[in-house]
Write a protein that binds this ligand. Structure first.
Ligand code: CP
Ligand code: NVA
Length: 309
């Protein structure tokens, strides 16, 4: 285990950090991004190793963590359920004990949040949530960083969530409560957000709308996600019917503020949750959003291992 903060910290959900810590991370990510763009070396994690465990598919999370760790001077080990003993029923607790004796950081993409929590309980090193059924904190970290880059402070602003009450929606709710903005949530019936699952204390930072157009009214940011998340593929046909009116299109964007941004964590399905004219249009910042995963995660990994620098 590397030298660093005395207390072991994990990043399993957005609420694991304070607003003050997010302030530091956003500034640090901006510095790291500037240096990267200027081809300046930023080797803060030389000789450190990140294990990445994927139990679900990924493009952005894999590439951003892997490229990011190399750029920090470290290295990575990539594991999947199919090519490790995780897929052959080795207990998660045993895997955590073994893997965390050999690496300095672990990033996991898996199903239930309880699984990553069990891993973290038995890990000697920081564990990062790379997406679970319940949360996707690294994505919201990147999304808010992207919002700040384009529009400044998100405090007091309104984010419209159109679509499934899923891992992304839950994480937006946590971020709103912590950072002081409001989320307008519109989901089809049967796919609502659940305050207990989202792990927020009160309903003050979000409002529910049955009509997605109403949710977008006056919003500073409109965002959506796939109708069927990984692990829920069996529900695909039923979801296609239920979500038909939850497609972000030009009339929906027209309800938002004229300078509203559009975000999507990707991968996207044009013609389902978003029309091509929106995701490929002038208000969309989805490519910045994807790139920023790497910059914010570099700041996150550094912070978990070295603290504030
Ligand atoms: N947004 C996101 O997490 O993408 P991947 O599934 O490609 O990692
Ligand atoms: N909600 C989606 C996000 C993918 C990055 C999923 O869990 O599949």
């Amino acid at each position: 285990m590397s030298k660093g903060p005395k207390t072991l910290r994990h990043y399993l959900q957005f609420s694991d950090f304070s607003a003050e810590e997010y302030g530091y991370l956003f500034e640090r990510a901006a510095l790291i991004k500037r240096k990267f763009k200027a081809y300046e070396k930023h080797h803060s994690l030389v000789d450190r190793t990140l294990a990445m465990i994927f139990e679900k598919a990924s493009t952005r999370t894999r590439v951003s963590f892997e490229a990011g760790m190399y750029q920090l001077g470290g290295s990575v080990v990539h594991l999947t359920t199919g090519d490790s003993q995780l897929g052959r029923a080795e207990p998660i607790e045993d895997s955590a004990k073994v893997i965390s004796r050999m690496v300095d950081l672990v990033m996991i993409r898996t199903y239930e949040q309880t699984k990553i929590e069990r891993f973290a309980t038995h890990s000697r090193v920081p564990v990062i949530n790379g997406l679970t059924n319940e949360f996707h904190p690294c994505q919201i970290l990147a999304d808010i960083f992207t919002y700040i880059e384009h529009r400044g402070d998100i405090r007091g602003k309104t984010v419209a969530w159109v679509g499934d009450g899923n891992n992304m929606a839950n994480t937006w709710l946590q971020a709103a409560e912590l950072l002081g903005f409001t989320v307008h949530v519109s989901t089809p019936r049967g796919y609502e957000v659940d305050q207990d699952v989202a792990g927020i204390r009160s309903s003050e930072s979000y409002k529910i709308f049955s009509d997605p157009h109403e949710a977008c009214a006056g919003a500073d940011l409109v965002t959506t996600d796939v109708w069927t998340s990984m692990g829920f593929e069996a529900e695909n046909e039923a979801r296609k019917k239920a979500f038909a009116d939850w497609c972000v299109d030009a009339p929906m964007m027209a309800m938002a503020k004229p300078d509203a941004l559009f975000m999507h964590c990707l991968p996207a399905h044009r013609g389902e949750e978003v029309e091509a004219e929106v995701i490929d249009g002038p208000q969309s910042v989805v490519w910045d959003e994807a790139e920023n995963r790497m910059h914010v995660q570099k700041a996150l990994m550094e912070y978990l291992l070295l603290g504030k620098l």
